[in-house]
Design a protein around this ligand. Sequence first.
Ligand SMILES: NC(=O)c1ccc[n+]([C@@H]2O[C@H](COP(=O)([O-])OP(=O)(O)OC[C@H]3O[C@@H](n4cnc5c(N)ncnc54)[C@H](OP(=O)(O)O)[C@@H]3O)[C@@H](O)[C@H]2O)c1
Length: 345
Amino acid sequence: MMGYKVAVVGATGNVGREMLEILAERAFPADEVVALASPRSLGTEVSYGDKTLKVKVLEHCDFSGVDICLMSAGSSVSKEWSPKIAAAGAVVIDNSSCWRQDADVPLIVPEVNADAVAGFRKKGIIANPNCSTTQLVVALKPLHDKAKILRVVVATYQSVSGAGKEAMDELFSQTKAVFQINEVEPKKFPKRIAFNLIPHIDTFMEDGFTREEWKMVAETKKILDPKIKLVATCVRVPVFIGHSEAVTIEFENPISADEAREILRKAPGCLVIDKHEAGGYVTPYECAGEDATYISRIRDDPTVDNGLVLWVVSDNLRKGAALNAIQIAECLVNRKLIQAKQKAA
Ligand SMILES: NC(=O)c1ccc[n+]([C@@H]2O[C@H](COP(=O)([O-])OP(=O)(O)OC[C@H]3O[C@@H](n4cnc5c(N)ncnc54)[C@H](OP(=O)(O)O)[C@@H]3O)[C@@H](O)[C@H]2O)c1
């Protein structure tokens, strides 16, 4: 049986590299994988399992033979290229924020709304949510099914890898500069990130919220339930990989911490680590390289009638980006929504 031809756009980036690793790890049925990036990366090499791929330039790629294109090169690249790639007959799964609120583009987290994936036919594009939204909705969905969520208050603690590879370099070089008593120079971040926190991710909006905070509201509504009220404070922290979230949830119906623990233990994509002792919870350092959304510190909220408080942690490059995109591609394949062009020919 012929497999699929898969293109990865942004293959030299944090998310793109992880996509190549996960495609190989999960033995995605690809006959050919093409690594694409900007002209800056022409000829550089990236790993795909135990193979090495030479990076090609996006502009030079003929997409007519490509079945699935995993896009991870930012909004402006996606805005220009996703429609062209879709017009050439490939299904685009895009990681940027460009298409997430487009009514004709499904926004998918397979554990939550896999059935909506069939909507890709309208534009040939499927959007992958923001990293902080993805792990949140994986944890919220089974609780919403049980007791109906009315309101969520979330504070995020987001790692620097969420801002790309230059941001990771900046945390590393600033940390080194602090130890060497050199001057610390912010470039990518608006303030020093080493040994600090920055309560600002993405741009500011007129109402004082940041776009990252707005994305969590709008995307949770689109993926899970438009009736859910949500307010977020998004904070960048000096962690390389792994986003953490302190989540307070108010429900319409009663649900106890014990019940929630049992529900989440059985929920797809969730792993509960919740012992009431030192170290009986998950930290971002431990979740790096892992696929699950970890849930710890599950407590009853004594300030409302039906409320819970949770700590949710996940690898933002995997479930928050690359893994979710590949799970979407697996949905297309498993549900027979696409056919390999080579096979069809
Ligand atoms: N990091 C996360 O946790 C996360 C989570 C969800 C979504 N996302 C989204 O995923 C995307 C990529 O993020 P990242 O963290 O991987 O960024 P990154 O590490 O900065 O990598 C960016 C990638 O895009 C490529 N690129 C840039 N301009 C290009 C162009 N004109 N043509 C072709 N390729 C181009 C770069 O290629 P060169 O190396 O050649 O410059 C590089 O491969 C962004 O849209 C981001 O918002 C990221």
